[in-house]
Design a protein around this ligand. Structure first.
Ligand code: NAD
Length: 420
């Protein structure tokens, strides 16, 4: 399809998502338990914006003419890779699905998308929307099923040229194996994080920092890949700052994700909740202190809710400081010097996101350079838009979603070398 045609279809998909944003969001919330206030923006709102961004981008990314000798012409084509396999998780299915789908379709590929088994509904509806918007039959295929069956079959397929994935590191490792065992398809992984949020005593507004840090870990019950799950606080303000974070966290209302008054919805599953509680009890057994929460919230509905939880005195080697919980559990560690903050910040296998709170411009820039992460927030936590890439370093993955850079994954370079 010519770029102008693709642009029209992608804009139409965005129009249709916006037209039924609430219904799509409710469908997703019933699957995964994310609080609806957030899901409306993060799921339907973000997905529509992503389709629009790549609709506008698709005819601004094209080939090049190389600076060769005058008797030859070196053309660099950017061709669609062919068939893209996309495997996505349950925490933000529509948003993350759109991050893969929109640039892949914009670049002229076909896609086979596999949603998570606990959150397929909004992506199945998105497939209908794409058909209604005029996407030709077969260009997008959504296949549901368990990861070890449907996901494995997709990842082993000899007909898939590129595999893009968001999910856990354990699954990411398997996908690399599947690629090696099949056709060496390129594999791009967006994995987990254990992101440090570093608060210096000279932060411009400690209360704003505390409130933002609380939301940076507790929104969507901590089931956010970039969650600021490790709070590193300069010792001189440690007790005051932790008290402020606890104050804001305690005010968050946890409950029915479809209730507009809920600040935080449900934990995704009983398994996830049991894992969260296990992390807390292990941390206490290792010598850390439970400063807030730590319990399941029992409600009449029997839903899986958990209190926002803060654990202080977490040493960098504790399990809670090293492994991703993917739940509403904040690990707090004090530091005294910039160098110590950097060492602790970089002391995990992950490198997805980070935060730095300081009024010093030089210190902020030094921290941006020193912390190994795909994104470093300064005097804020969370938030970005389609213009900037999202992805990790170290064991948080490779390749990026969002921005024009995301399109590189879905395009092959081909050289034409022409004797004149
Ligand atoms: P998961 O790895 O268990 O599942 C993700 C997807 O992979 C699901 O669709 C699942 O069915 C599929 N899958 C599972 N086993 C498979 C196999 N053997 N072969 C092929 N596919 C398989 O992860 P999850 O629990 O759904 O998601 C949580 C994880 O995702 C967390 O680690 C989180 O940090 C990460 N995450 C990362 C980002 C990011 O942008 N970096 C965003 C959101 C979530």
């Amino acid at each position: 399809m010519a770029p102008a045609g693709r642009k029209k279809v992608l804009h139409k998909i965005a129009d249709l998502i916006e037209a039924e944003a609430l219904a799509l969001t409710v469908l997703g919330v019933r699957d995964n338990g994310t609080e609806i206030n957030m899901a409306l923006k993060a799921e339907a709102g973000s997905a529509a914006g992503t389709f629009r961004y790549y609709a506008e981008a698709l005819d601004k990314v094209y080939g090049e003419i190389a600076p060769t000798a005058p008797n030859v012409l070196g053309l660099i084509h950017r061709d669609p890779v062919g068939v893209v396999g996309a495997i996505v998780p349950w925490n933000f299915p529509l948003m993350i699905g759109a991050w893969k789908l929109a640039p892949a379709l914009a670049a002229g590929n076909s896609v086979v998308l596999k949603p998570a088994e606990t959150a397929s509904l909004s992506l199945l509806r998105l497939a209908d929307i794409c058909a209604e918007a005029g996407l030709p039959d077969g260009v997008l295929n959504v296949v549901t099923g368990p990861g070890h069956i449907t996901g494995e079959a997709l990842a082993l397929s000899m007909d898939v040229d590129v595999l893009v994935f968001t999910g856990s590191g354990a699954t990411g490792r398997r996908l690399l194996e599947y690629s090696a065992r099949s056709n060496l398809k390129r594999v791009y992984l967006e994995l987990g994080g254990k992101s440090p949020n570093v608060v210096f005593a000279d932060a411009p507004d400690l209360d704003l920092a505390a409130k933002t840090s609380a939301m940076g870990i507790f929104r969507n019950s901590g089931q956010v890949c970039v969650a600021g799950s490790r709070l590193l606080v300069e010792a001189s303000v440690h007790d005051d700052f932790v008290a402020r974070v606890a104050h804001h966290a305690a005010a968050l209302q946890v409950g029915d994700p479809l209730d507009l008054n809920s600040h935080i919805g449900a934990v995704n599953s009983e398994t996830q909740l049991a894992g969260n509680l296990g992390f807390v009890s292990d941390a206490v057994a290792e010598g850390a202190t439970l400063a807030l929460g730590g319990n399941r919230i029992l409600q009449d509905t029997g839903g899986t809710y958990m209190e926002p939880t803060i654990v202080t005195g977490v040493a960098p080697h504790h399990r809670l400081a090293q492994q991703e919980v993917f739940g509403p559990v904040l690990a707090v560690t004090p530091f005294t010097t910039d160098a110590e903050a950097i060492t602790i910040a970089n002391s995990t296998d992950y490198g997805l996101s980070a935060g730095v709170w300081t009024a010093s411009l030089p210190r902020a820039h030094k921290m941006i350079r020193a912390i190994r992460a795909g994104i470093v927030h300064v005097n804020t936590y969370g938030g970005s838009d389609n213009t900037v890439p999202l992805g990790g370093v170290k064991q948080s993955g490779n390749g990026h979603d969002k921005s024009l850079h995301a399109m590189d994954k879905y395009l092959d370079l081909k050289t034409a070398w022409i004797q004149l």
